[in-house]
Design a protein around this ligand. Sequence first.
Ligand SMILES: Cc1cc2nc3c(=O)[nH]c(=O)nc-3n(C[C@H](O)[C@H](O)[C@H](O)COP(=O)(O)O)c2cc1C
Ligand code: SF4
Ligand code: FES
Length: 572
Amino acid sequence: MIFDDLRAIQLRYGFLPKAELEAFSQRSQTPLYQIHSVASFYPHFQLTPPPKADVRVCADMSCHLNGACELRAELEQRFAKSPPTDVLIRDVSCLGRCDHAPAVSINDEIFTSVTAASAEAIARSAILGKEVPETDPESGRVRCASDPYGDGEEYGVVRKLAATKDWEGVLAELKASELRGMGGAGFPTSMKWSLVRKEPSAEKYVVCNADESEPGTIKDRFIMTHLPHLVVEGMIVAGLVTGAKKGILYIRHEYRLQEEILGEELRRCYHEGLLGKNILKSDLTFDLEIFVSPGGYICGEETALIEAIEGKRAEPRNKPPFPVQAGLWQKPTVLNNVETFANVPQILARGVEWYKTQGVSGSRGLKFVGVSGHAAKPGVFEVPMGTPMREVLFKHAGGIRGGRQLKAFAPSGPSSGYLPASMVDVRLDFKALADAGSMLGSGAIVVCDDTTCMLDMALNAVRFYRNESCGKCVPCRVGSQKMTDLLVRWTHGGLAEKQYRADLALIDELCQAMSLTSICGLGQIVPAPVLSVLKYFREEIDAHVLKGVCPSGICFTAAARAGETSRVGIRP
Ligand SMILES: Cc1cc2nc3c(=O)[nH]c(=O)nc-3n(C[C@H](O)[C@H](O)[C@H](O)COP(=O)(O)O)c2cc1C
Ligand code: SF4
Ligand code: FES
């Protein structure tokens, strides 16, 4: 596989030297352009020698709300006299540590709740050639209500199924439970599995999407840390039911601890005969391996993820055909989110009636949500589906930091847009949030207090999409840049009313073009943060554009100007 070779070269040299790529091309009989097109696509691979300290400050929503911009500016000042061969400070997209913001990666090690002084100390020791210390913020398993096994024997569902082989029974239970995908789109899980089961192909796959790269999304990290057996069991059940003999767990490379935990879980399953040939002495086979992502938010889009596993650039495919018919290696593929798989053994072990009673106000099941931003106690919480957002924010996440007022919240990172505090009683549920003009998405709740500038937050979200667009289709590649440019102009203020009206019309046109014509969900969702801010915080935008005033005192300050390049700028 191309990634293994590229990783080996990068490990040896610290980057991918041209001569090594040429030698690899000859060795593998792969055209150099093909190798280069892959190596240049993924943020994990470096084509030039890295500095001694490669400092990357997460610039996305939760870190932005926790001083990332100021942190980066301060670090740049502290290292102003250092040559670029010693230290390079730049932005990076969400590192999956939104509950411990601001997060920084230094030579690929991630540090959380960072201050300029702590980051400087680590970077200076790296410049002196010292190894950057490994970090491991999570320790000890947390007991979860979702775990049907408690202290008892795990994998009970697989044990029972290996004996009964009641595949149709599983599909019927999942259908009755109305389990929907937890990765964002909410597609009915039983339907996906049934479609794959019906495909006549002898070769099928099960893929778990643990890419989790949208700002604010941290629930899968928690589930993989504390309930790895449920994720693995859900995947085994999917394989047995659909007839797939091979599973791949696709995990982002920043989740090294979770990769280790899952690796250990797989070893245990092979040892106990739960994976491999003749599962539990039956005639059933299912193998499972981990694939570490070379990085990028777009890799979470299901067809881009499949392209990545196949060793290509992670560019989404045109759909149809959908992965259920032509997925990995063009074979029928079940592809689900971590939490979706973890729900399956819960439902099958405890029954649909139990599952139904776990939700409130007519919703079903339990839900993991990540809360970050200006929350007093950011973290991941396991709550009944249907819980009012107010309860999640004020009971579980401890309210707003520093006793301030809630101004807005994003129910699921940038793709859900922002809702005002007046809508805090909305329930955590697919339908309730869709009715509110937002989405349950991946349960990435980002909280903004009353000091937040919502135009600044819209720009932050759009800039994330601009940076992460894979560039395959024009509406998204050009549209996300155009949208960023327009919002930047608004943060500068001083537009004539006529020009402002023209900008608004252009934004409207752009939003329609992007959502109707972009190939994948990334381009289709770019308009969400801007449209929501225009809908709920219009006065604030008018004040910026027409009066040159930022009511929150953020956009027209010297600090904002100093951080301009990182706020708006050129791709990091
Ligand atoms: C740009 C983009 C990024 C995505 N990232 C993720 C992700 O990190 N994890 C995930 O499960 N789904 C992600 N999705 C949704 C997947 O494409 C897919 O719908 C999901 O993994 C299916 O699993 P589910 O049915 O269990 O939700 C993303 C979609 C898009 C458009
Ligand atoms: S919408 Fe954006 S991310 Fe998706 S394929 Fe097009 S350019 Fe790539
Ligand atoms: S780690 Fe910074 S937004 Fe997620």
